[in-house]
Write a protein that binds this ligand. Structure first.
Ligand code: HEM
Length: 245
């Protein structure tokens, strides 16, 4: 503990210094635009400036990737475009309603029904814009597609696997209806209140042995969380660090 206290201030100092360097370098990329405006007396749309700056910082900090959107304006519509019968003039902002696209009865059978098999075999590839001919766009598509898509899919698959093997969830009828509202993203209007019950695991067969080409060790070698991952893969047990029954 004493050791931690001794190391902490130095570690924090280095962390803060690296953040300041990163944020500062990214912000400096916007200076030419501001200097030009200061010289000419023109105005700058600062909301867009800060949005681009934060995108550049996230790209650099999380992925070591240079979006450089502060210096590279990249309008999607560069010249007049005929989209079916519609003329889209160069420089337009084009918004696509992903919600309407993904719930269109012209594109999907029973669009509001929960039918994951509509995307093909359940053990097949995850649905994406590429294998649904751009009818399903959870992460957008093209050059500005979400760079965190695989991270997000893995994150929710693992979290759901850990929770659903232990518990059944049902809507709590005593709470207000879930409802839907929109802001930057779509979310519930009154929360998602669920009743949680331990699952009856008595009929569940034990996990299959992993000898056929995918031993747990080979999946986790080198990972600092190897022991936890192997315990989670093996299912709930007294030894499970994730708190299995
Ligand atoms: C379920 C979770 C997520 C969803 C549904 C989602 C969705 C999206 C969508 C729709 C876009 C716009 C794509 C386009 O313009 O075509 C986007 C962009 C982006 N996402 Fe995500 N995202 C998620 C998670 C993440 C995570 C975990 C990260 C980072 C670790 C991330 C980082 C980004 C970045 C940096 C962009 C901007 C890309 C660009 O403008 O070039 N996202 N995301």
């Amino acid at each position: 503990m004493e050791e931690v206290e001794r190391v902490k201030p130095r570690t924090m100092g280095r962390f803060v210094a690296s953040q300041v360097a990163l944020f500062g370098a990214s912000a400096q990329h916007g200076l030419p635009q501001l200097e030009a405006a200061a010289r000419s007396g023109g105005s700058v749309e600062m909301e867009s400036f800060f949005s681009r700056l934060s995108l550049d910082i996230i790209g650099k900090a999380v992925f070591n990737y240079d979006f450089d959107s502060l210096t590279h304006d990249d309008p999607v519509i560069k010249e007049d475009l005929l989209c079916g019968q519609y003329l889209v003039p160069a420089g337009s902002n084009l918004f696509i309603s992903v919600y309407n696209l993904q719930r269109s009865p012209q594109l999907w059978d029973e669009p509001d029904a929960f039918k994951p098999e509509r995307f093909g075999p359940l053990d097949g590839p995850s649905p994406s814009e590429a294998n649904t001919d751009f009818r399903y766009l959870p992460f957008g598509g093209g050059r500005r597609k979400c760079v965190g898509d695989q991270f997000a899919i893995m994150e929710c698959t693992v979290a759901l696997a850990v929770l659903l093997r232990r518990y059944d969830f049902k809507p709590d009828p005593s709470k207000p209806p879930v409802g839907v509202t929109t802001g930057a993203t779509i979310h519930t209007s009154a929360g998602l209140h669920m009743l949680v019950n331990n699952r009856d695991m008595s009929g569940v067969p034990p996990p299959l042995p992993r000898s056929a080409g995918a031993p747990a060790d080979s999946l986790t070698t080198g990972c600092p969380h190897a022991a936890e991952a192997a315990a989670v893969a093996a299912g709930p047990s007294a030894a499970c660090p994730m708190g299995g029954a």
